[in-house]
Design a protein around this ligand. Sequence first.
Ligand code: SF4
Length: 451
Amino acid sequence: MRDMSFHITTFGCQMNAGDSEWLARAMQARGFSEAPFGQASVYILNTCSVRDKPEQKVYSEIGRIRSLTGNDPNVLVCVGGCVAQQVGNALFSRFSQVRLVFGADGIAQAPDAIVRLTRERFRRLSLVDFSAEYPEREGPLYAGTRVPASAFVAIMQGCDNFCSYCIVPYVRGRQKSRRAEAVLEECRAVLDAGAREITLLGQNVNSYGHDSGGMGFTDLLYKVAALPGLARLRFITPHPKDLAPELIRAFGELSVLAPRLHLPLQSGSDRILERMGRRYTRAQYLDLVAKLRAARPEMHFSTDIIVGFPGETEEDFQETMETMRQANFVGSFSFVYSQRPGTRAALLQDELPRKEKLERLSRLQEWQYAHAGEMLRALEGETVEVLLEELSPKPEAGLVIWQGKEPRGHTVNVTLTGPEPARGWKGSLVPAQITAAAMHSLRAEQVGEAR
Ligand code: SF4
């Protein structure tokens, strides 16, 4: 075990991935170095309670740490994120190595708390209170480091929507928009540190500013888009009910705004959408997709789907399938509904056998895989600009192959033939012709100079 070393395990969404990246930088700024699992003195579990059996996953991870470290009292386990917010101090009594729990708003103070705990062996700290405003963190902490070609920047915390199945407003709190100037400052810092693409993050990004009465999301988008050095801009996750006409227009006006949108549908049945508390209809959703396509014809869409929500009939499910075909999704994250205690949907009768739900899910996923394959094959022959992120995990003798993303977000493995640019391949944008489509990615060859 190395002293002053840490290991972060991240569960769940891109919000958590972004939080973990910040935590890693904050720990490094305090003199800690990252270590492989089993060799660190501080373990940080950044947890998620959106999917099935979240607590069990966290308990089994703590058990793994305990067995690898022999329950060493010098090993410090910190549990953050949604499960920590829900389970709270009960984690202390269950696991002696857990000495810090922190929720979504407590993360800003977590690195300093860890420093204190490494000096004071018997102390325990709990940071699970919600703050009234966006919990601004120290930062941006990029000095002397090279950020990934594509960086996440959080613009808000929490959510006010209370969709009937969702635990997020309870574990991440009510929506708190971050100050626009703080967002822009961090965007400038990641660009200065070498990023070319920024993804703005939030549970419901397009309601940014609704809570504070400050700048709205589209205005923020235009300001970020104007920053020098930015090649591509994305955001996740928007809510269909808040997708304003000016945001649709932005897709036609801002060339740096990537032509890809992840727009959660959840169900294609109006009856189920109402039970979910989503506040849009299937027709309204499809209308948004049509308008976005009119603003940006090359746009690809992906979505989230919950299969087997309480009361879903075969007819409701068929409406979801039909909506997916009409929206022409290139990808979807689809899951069988699982109950979250404390949510409104947990009170609904859920009579559909799990076997039936799984059968619906597999029909939906089969269609999605086949359709995504067709959509990727349709891109063969196109020339796209690929933002290179890392060496391809599948090397081929005698070839230089890098992996990156094209504007619609598809992974591309590019064979590089030109001279390496001064900034290096990582973070360079390379024109490439797509030569073949695989199941989940594309192959391409460089056809022009990297920039
Ligand atoms: S919009 Fe709905 S599903 Fe998304 S985080 Fe908020 S409550 Fe949950």
